[in-house]
Design a protein around this ligand. Structure first.
Ligand code: CTP
Length: 244
């Protein structure tokens, strides 16, 4: 149970303001760790709330003609491969309750679709998913909860081979080459070091139903408090009882 403070307290009114904003969850983890499955399971269990999923993949920069010709030399696992400024802008807008247009990325041609985009409307919960969503401090600072999906590297590589050959139009050799040259080193240099920012680490990804149930219970509690602030706008709550 929380402590209730006077409506006149200036610091607590600021806190109430921030609680009214959408709840932002970051979901990170290595390639093919099961991030999408974890997000889908969270979304399913939050069916009574408006939830929107934003993929960091949407913010991949399109390749120039020259880069496309030498695509095997391009590092898609480096933070510079993403337009982080644009991602930050989108999440900030969504957090303020505005709708945004997200780019659509085509993994087969390493390009953004120029003629279409995805419209995302205001929601109660925003989930931002991707290998490097904890890399930039400004993006991390927008998150109310950070989840790292921790799946063994051999399981991830096996899934990646299957996925890239079936869904992303690649052949096994190119997947293995890319993995050894870029994916694994970037995991060690950028993804793994960002695990320390996580509030929750989920072993075995989407297979871990207990962890997902616990996370969803916590989000429900937070959203309940969020609703309380909407119903009783003159009652403010002391910050320490609300920290994740
Ligand atoms: N990537 C690629 N070609 C591109 C763009 C990205 O091969 N044109 C690869 C990068 O090498 C990176 C991966 O896409 O490692 C990022 O996607 P990933 O996190 O594997 O996909 P998700 O479906 O989000 O993963 P999960 O299985 O965890 O849900």
């Amino acid at each position: 149970t929380g402590f209730l403070s006077s409506p006149r307290s200036p610091s607590s009114s600021l806190i109430a303001e921030s609680i009214k904003q959408p709840f932002v969850i970051g979901v990170s983890g290595g390639t093919a760790s099961g991030k999408t499955t974890v997000c889908d399971m969270i979304i399913q269990q939050l069916h009574d709330h408006r939830v929107v999923l934003v993929n960091q993949d949407s913010f991949y920069r399109g390749l120039s003609a020259e880069e496309s010709e030498r695509v095997h030399e391009y590092n898609f696992d480096h933070p510079d491969a993403f337009d982080t400024e644009q991602m930050l802008e989108c999440i900030e807008k969504l957090k303020k309750g505005n709708s945004v247009h997200l780019p659509i990325y085509d993994f087969k041609n390493h390009r953004r679709c120029s003629e279409s985009f995805r419209q995302v409307n205001a929601s109660d919960v925003i989930i931002l998913e991707g290998i490097l969503v904890f890399h930039d401090q400004r993006v991390r600072d927008l998150m109310n909860m950070k989840i790292f999906v921790d799946t063994d590297a051999d399981v991830r590589l096996a899934r990646r081979i299957r996925r890239d050959t079936v869904e992303r139009g690649r052949d096994v050799n190119s997947v293995l080459e890319q993995y050894a040259k870029f994916v694994k080193p970037a995991f060690d240099d950028f993804v793994l070091p960002s695990k320390k920012y996580a509030d929750v680490i989920i072993p075995r990804g989407g297979d871990n139903h207990v962890a997902i149930d616990l996370i969803v219970q916590h989000i429900h509690t937070k959203l309940g408090q969020h609703d309380l602030c909407k119903i009783y706008p003159n009652i403010y709550v002391i910050q320490s009882t609300f920290q994740v």
